[in-house]
Design a protein around this ligand. Sequence first.
Ligand code: SF4
Length: 394
Amino acid sequence: MSEKKQSFFDPVALEAFRKEHKIEPYRIKQITDAIFKQSIIDFQEITTISKELRDLFDAHFEIISLTEIKRVEDDETSKFLFETHDGEVVESVLMYHFHQKREDMTFNNAFQVEDANDEGQELNRMTLCISSQVGCAVGCIFCVTGKMGLKKNLHWTEILGQVLYINNFIKTKLGKKEDGTLHKVRNIVFMGMGEPLMNYPNVKETVGYLTDTKFLGLSRKRVTISTSGLLKPLRQFIDDNLPVAFAFSLHAPNQPLREQLIPVMAHVNPLDKLMALLDEYTDKTGNKIFFEYVMIKDKNDGKEVAHELGKLLQHRNAHLNMIPYNQNPAIDLEESTPERIKKFRDIVESYKVKVTVRENRGRKAKSACGQLGWEKVTENLKDNNVKKPIKKPL
Ligand code: SF4
């Protein structure tokens, strides 16, 4: 039986291996460059090192710590389901943007309604939504991943693996741009399965690889961490001042409504304390916060709520992203009507708050948060072939 391979990104194992086999440090750099700059995920394709070295690394290390087990695609998204070595499933969604209206791209306008995939338009950029956990303990009532409970924190090699695998997929699918450089993911958002701040050490390590110019080298505005709001890790995140954009899943402008939508976590992480921390973040960094707001019919889309939200965000360094709820048969909730969404937006904007109504991409590709993973898990549950979810913490 072959030995279990180690991750190429385990620095201790890699350095010990390098010394044992008397490999020059620049060889490690050549391999690292091939992975991050040329989107290679197979040692055998790295032509800057000898065949002997390729075989040596291939026998002992892996670049991707996940296996793709399912893919669902439409003309706007490619959705990937991966299996981890311990048999859990995790998902990532790649979104294609075909229409550039402005030069100044940010996380926010990566999702603008105007960026729709009009037939015949040229591919402009790609945004990748990655997962940080298998399942999620936060339990938002509108989210299928929340129904799974938390099953495990992903190791950072499993989070990074999603990005590297999908950059390789893009290379195979699209090749090079006109200027000779490779098509690659341009924006990365931690908005897949899981609450990133509940797995903060692994998310932080991943961010290093995404933003460091020795590796992927994405700028601050190209990587976004999104949180539902947990006081303790949020404190740590602010102190660390990671080079990322920051999104906060608000969903309600007052504590009672937040407790309805995010029952467990909102109760122990009060909104007033969270807002005080968020103000500290904007004061300290000068960065704006993107407030995420899922529009659910008759839950959080009324006129009074819109006024309350406008008052909450006015005078703050904030941008509101309104997201029409992506309906799912497993959940008894409906998306707000276009009329209500428009009215809601107009009211919030009357408080001089910047608002974007985000396009809800990937309905055909089932890119509602956690949906593919959820389907796989329910399939497995029928076969009694999956571990029971960990109970949500109180
Ligand atoms: S919406 Fe995000 S935080 Fe809420 S349960 Fe789903 S994955 Fe967790």
